[in-house]
Design a protein around this ligand. Structure first.
Ligand SMILES: Cc1ncc(COP(=O)(O)O)c(C=O)c1O
Length: 379
């Protein structure tokens, strides 16, 4: 059995300068932005240390070991045969999304999203000059009938989040194949953000890459991946777009060179290490996350019995309905102001009354955070 990964102690984490650890004062426990609190995987730490020692800090060259490393990871973890020539890097997933939407949609055209969803899915349209149409999830699953109506109504693209942030839903192969069929029927491009895929959890619905579910999917789909969520590398700026057909590959190849030039070399270095040597660390992290989900269920039952939480299939983000806790209209604001715990507000995802709790941390921090919120509710 895999031993769970241990998080870093609070006093070490407080020395970090990233958003999670430097936005609020030391009296606040930060369980908001999607960074995690673990030591870097050793192969990544070593690869970055070597690069720093060498001053290997220039531009990313046209050919690197990154596509091969991802192709091997995708084959090992998901049985996905990715063609290396159909992988193109960029600086992060959301920039990939913005560029893809610019490429597949004309200004003003409609793009489907499925709330509650990662807030930049709403915001990116200012960059891509598109508009969004929301087809909310129903019981945390895709509303395929609603999505078809939006396609028939003229949407030209859809932003799929698989695994879904914030619910942790992993869409099944059947759901994805039906989505692909509808997209092909209505000539809609599917942009599948699969950044949380390496974090599909043991014993839950297995992650299936969108591009693999059918011929339709391989023709209409663009997948976005990065090692950045699973391995906590967001600041290194590296993600990639994967395609599976000549037409979609041509769309990506036609993007400006700058899209690729903005990739960070440390992101490439770390990504190669993660995808080729990170499996053991990743499995230990997944084990920690399964335990943290169970811990959160227990903590909520003890300290916040009015909260509703269904552990997701993937990731380190817990989506909690706190409407029954008496915390009022803006629970996240009260929790921050009075319990000194920073969470993400449900309203940013399109669901007031919910909060998103980042459980990518150690049991001590998670326990103290929920204890503080419980004390606030009892006050
Ligand atoms: C679903 C999803 N997509 C994209 C991102 C951001 O990725 P990037 O920093 O590569 O743009 C996140 C970050 O949490 C996310 O949850």
């Amino acid at each position: 059995m895999t031993a769970p990964l241990d998080a870093l102690p609070l006093e070490t984490l407080r020395q970090r300068t990233s958003t999670k650890w430097s936005t609020f004062g030391d009296d606040v426990l930060p369980l908001f932005v999607a960074e995690t609190d673990f030591p870097l995987a050793e192969p990544i730490r070593a690869a970055l240390a070597d690069a720093v020692a060498l001053g290997d800090t220039g531009y990313v060259p046209p050919r690197t070991g990154y596509p091969a490393a991802f192709a091997s990871f995708a084959a090992r973890r998901w049985g996905w045969a990715v063609e290396e020539r159909r992988i193109r890097t960029t600086c992060d997933v959301m920039m990939g999304v913005a560029e893809l939407l610019r490429a597949v949609a004309e200004p003003g055209e409609k793009v489907v999203l499925t709330s509650p969803v990662y807030p930049p899915f709403f915001d990116v349209h200012a960059e891509s000059h598109t508009e969004y149409v929301d087809v909310p999830l129903v019981d945390d699953r895709l509303d395929l009938a609603g999505i078809e109506r939006a396609f028939a109504d003229g949407a030209v693209a859809m932003l799929l989040c698989n695994p879904h942030n914030p619910t942790g839903t992993v869409h099944t192969a059947e759901e994805l194949a039906e989505l692909a069929r509808l997209a092909a029927l209505h000539d809609v491009a599917i942009v599948s953000d699969e950044i949380h895929a390496p974090l599909a959890l043991p014993g839950k619905t297995a992650f299936v890459p969108f591009l693999t579910v059918s011929d339709d999917a391989s023709r209409v789909g663009y997948a976005l991946h990065s090692a950045s969520k699973a391995f906590n590398l967001a600041g290194l700026k590296c993600a990639h777009i994967v395609t599976a057909a000549d037409e979609t590959t041509a769309v990506v190849d036609a993007m400006p060179d700058e899209v690729e030039w903005r990739t960070g070399i440390f992101g490439i270095t770390a990504g190669i290490a993660a995808y080729s040597e990170g499996d053991a660390w990743l499995d230990a992290l997944r084990e920690r996350l399964v335990r943290n989900q169970a811990l959160l269920v227990d903590l909520l039952a003890e300290h916040l019995p009015g909260a509703v939480y269904e552990p997701g299939d993937a990731g380190f983000l817990a989506w909690v309905d706190v409407r029954g806790t008496g915390l009022g209209e803006r629970p996240r604001d009260r929790i921050l102001a009075e319990a000194r715990v920073a969470l993400n507000p449900g309203e940013a995802f399109g669901a007031p009354g919910f909060v998103r709790i980042n459980i990518g941390t150690g049991p001590e921090i998670l326990t103290e955070a929920v204890r503080r919120i419980g004390a606030l509710v009892r006050r």
